[in-house]
Design a protein around this ligand. Structure first.
Ligand code: OAD
Ligand code: ZN
Length: 246
């Protein structure tokens, strides 16, 4: 079946590049975006232009973030994360490309430099003007004291989670590194992504076109299933659990 074929493909591959989406973190208790109960079924996204233009939008964005804080703080890597970390330690995976912002690949054992975060990271904040980093505790204190989302003390521009919102530019260095990884692997595995958000969703096709075999592991069908060499419509923890070593 699919899981056996995946095992054969992983054993035969020299360079495996995983590409992950929110589905790898649902086992850790973090909701995804588009499944029933997902974040975008409850709230519409706040676009970057709104965040820049409106104090109300910034206040709402930070209220939503703080409402999720216990969930993010309690989350631990699941079987999918741990399986990828095992293959990384075994030298089969040079780096993981992720759309996730939850820091769980780092927590599972990937060096920070080997986690290519296409959509940033929500466990800290940055000024959107000067790029200065701020910790969430600082933002929360300022929000409580002022009753409003804070601006950067250095340059007076808004402070935002270090994530990429709709309408915000993709990080250039990460796009470049993801491109190189996609073009220089022999097995590319898309895991837990609906593959509808671009340009991120372009990497599986890019890898396929550069000659890699493409595997998609996702509970729901995706638009790219028909170009994949193997599609596994099962739970990620069950599919990748057998690859956990430690
Ligand atoms: P989505 O919510 O769009 O897709 C997650 C996919 O994972 C769904 O197709 C689920 O069926 C599947 N899934 C969830 N749990 C699973 C499990 N345990 N086993 C197998 N499959 C499972 O999330 P992403 O594709 O990551 O970007 O979303 C892409 C981007 O859209 C995000 O990075 C975010 C969002 O808007 C920005 O905000 C810019
Ligand atoms: Zn600043």
């Amino acid at each position: 079946d699919g899981v056996n074929r995946l095992g054969d493909m992983i054993a035969a591959a020299r360079v495996i590049v995983p590409f992950t989406g929110a589905g790898i973190s649902t086992e850790a208790g973090i909701p995804d975006f588009r499944s029933p109960g997902g974040l975008w079924t409850r709230n519409r996204p706040i676009h970057f232009e709104e965040f820049v233009a409106s104090q109300d939008a910034r206040d709402e964005a930070w209220r939503r973030r703080f409402a999720m804080q216990e969930t993010f703080a309690a989350a631990r890597p699941g079987r999918g994360h741990r399986a990828l970390a095992s293959l990384y330690r075994a030298g089969k995976i040079p780096a993981v490309i992720t759309q996730n912002i939850d820091n769980l690949h780092q927590e599972s054992g990937f060096a920070a430099d080997h986690v290519i975060e296409l959509h940033g990271n929500t466990t800290y904040a940055r000024c959107i003007g000067c790029g200065q980093r701020y910790e969430l505790g600082w933002v929360q204190e300022r929000f409580a004291a002022d009753g409003a989302a804070p601006d950067c003390p250095a340059c007076a521009e808004p402070v935002k989670t270090a994530t990429v919102s709709f309408g915000q530019a993709m990080p250039e260095n990460e796009m470049q590194r993801a491109t190189e990884l996609a073009q220089h692997c022999d097995l590319f595995i898309a895991i837990g992504s609906s593959l509808v958000v671009w340009p991120a969703a372009g990497f599986p096709l890019m890898a396929r076109q550069a000659g890699a075999r493409l595997v998609i592991i996702n509970r729901e069908p995706t638009d790219q299933d028909d170009v994949a060499d193997l599609v596994v419509h099962q739970d990620i923890g069950e599919v990748l659990g057998p690859f956990v070593r430690n």
